[in-house]
Write a protein that binds this ligand. Structure first.
Ligand code: HAM
Length: 418
């Protein structure tokens, strides 16, 4: 037997209701906030991700699904979609538009991580990217959208953590100060962090190993080394969140695992999720469009991990399923009449079904029960001869008769008045 791949999950019909609810709400809110959908490819050139996410990040160093195309070029399954959205933005000259480009997307992402609850190798994101505005109001808008999305679906116990990574020019001076601090504590750091000191020292602050956490407890904060304009931007974002009554927590360690960020970074965690508790995260990336060959363009966005949202979604958020009408038809005349009724019910948009294998009323009623039908339409040869059909309420067991000719319409009225 061939099995699915480790860390790559099927989403079965019983779980799909949660996905559909989350996706519908994400789409609705993104549109309400003026974002438009973009669909970017699942694979791109490897260079796109190396240049945008950063060659020395965990994602690029060890988590990408990279393969050689038949012509020898190196391709990669997208580990995230910001890079692809930026590539598309540049390639299709979206910057030429006089309006800010606000894009949203859904889709699978691929990272070769160690699978555990809430961490997969193929996972799904809903994300938004807003291009063109340097104003703090753009940061506030995407955070407000993220927060409203989680609130609308009733996600419990969320914390919004926020930080500023400063402008690109603020980083070198801070890195020197941070490295000085880290060098004095190198012995206490994990192997990975010692390596990061050379490649990406900021990431040491983000390490989850308790010894590293303790060793970096009093580390200098990047927010204490911001330029005046970066400080002003951050303060404006925080003031904006306060004005909207969106609660947040400052987290000077929040450096994120992707290199393209500048200024604002944020992450929303849900305390019900265990170790993999980040449900959504993002930030500003004012240099990325230029890095990838486009015109200088500020941008800010986020992505939400849909598997984690599905895990955190309270059951009460799920809508009651629509009522199913089951058609129990049998006998020569009954069968064809039943098929006609089914056709008419569906034309009226009524969720309706039958089981073509059942040939007796008893067998049909059993299937109707198993499917959780609200009503069963009974039509055998006798009913056809009388020109009527019997409709049985599956809960109360009460039965009513309707003329065959207008059966579907009568059932619609019955459903609407019940
Ligand atoms: P990220 O933090 O790498 O950011 O991912 C965003 C979210 O995707 C995470 O908070 C988490 O919920 C989910 N996620 C990440 N990896 C996994 C995994 N292996 N299994 C399940 N869920 C996962 C980005 O991807 C950026 N592109 C976000 C962004 C958009 N920044 C600006 N614009």
């Amino acid at each position: 037997m061939i099995r699915g791949i480790k860390g790559v999950k099927d989403i079965l019909p019983d779980e799909v209701g949660r996905w559909q609810l989350i996706e519908a709400e994400a789409r609705r809110l993104a549109e309400v906030y003026g974002f438009r959908e973009i669909r970017v490819p699942v694979f791109e050139t490897t260079e796109l991700f190396a240049r945008s996410i950063g060659a020395s990040t965990d994602i690029v160093e060890k988590e990408m699904y990279t393969f050689q195309d038949r012509d020898g070029s190196s391709l990669t399954l997208r580990p995230e979609a910001t890079a692809g959205a930026v590539r598309a933005y540049i390639e299709h000259n979206l910057s030429a538009s006089p309006t800010a480009q606000k894009l949203y997307y859904f889709g699978p992402m691929f990272r070769h991580e160690r699978p555990q609850a809430g961490r997969l190798r193929q996972f799904h994101q809903f994300g938004v990217e807003a291009f063109g505005c340097t104003e703090p109001a753009a940061d506030i808008e995407v955070i407000a959208l993220l927060w409203r999305f989680f609130s609308a679906l009733g996600l419990p116990d969320l914390t919004l953590e926020i930080n500023s990574l400063g402008e690109a020019g603020d980083r070198p001076a801070y890195k020197t100060v941070l490295l000085e601090f880290l060098k004095k504590r190198e012995e206490a750091l994990c192997q990975n962090c010692r390596r990061r000191m050379a490649t990406n020292p900021l990431r040491v602050l983000d390490c989850k190993v308790p010894e590293c956490r303790a060793a970096t407890e009093g580390a200098p904060k990047l927010t204490d080394h911001l330029s005046a304009s970066a400080r002003g931007h951050f303060d404006a974002v925080l003031a904006g969140l306060k004005a909207l009554a969106i609660p947040f927590m400052l987290n000077p360690r929040l450096v994120r695992g992707l290199d393209y960020y500048t200024l604002t970074t944020f992450e929303v965690t849900c305390s019900h999720l265990g170790a993999q508790n980040a449900v959504g995260a993002g930030g500003r990336y004012d240099g990325l469009v230029e890095t990838l060959g486009g015109p200088k363009t500020p941008a800010v966005g986020f992505a939400v991990g849909l598997e984690r949202m599905v895990l955190a979604l309270p059951s009460a958020a799920l809508p009651t399923p629509s009522k199913l009408v089951y058609v129990a038809s049998f006998g020569l005349q009954g069968l064809s009449t039943g098929h006609r009724i089914l056709y008419d019910l569906r034309a009226l948009g009524i969720q309706s079904d039958t089981d073509y294998r059942a040939s007796t009323l008893r067998a049909h009623l059993k299937q109707a029960d198993r499917l959780g039908a609200a009503l069963t339409v009974i039509v055998g040869d006798d009913e056809v001869a009388k020109g009527l059909t019997i409709v049985r309420d599956m809960t109360s067991k009460e039965q009513v008769e309707f003329p065959l000719a207008s059966a579907a319409k009568s059932i619609l009225t019955l459903l609407n008045t019940a």
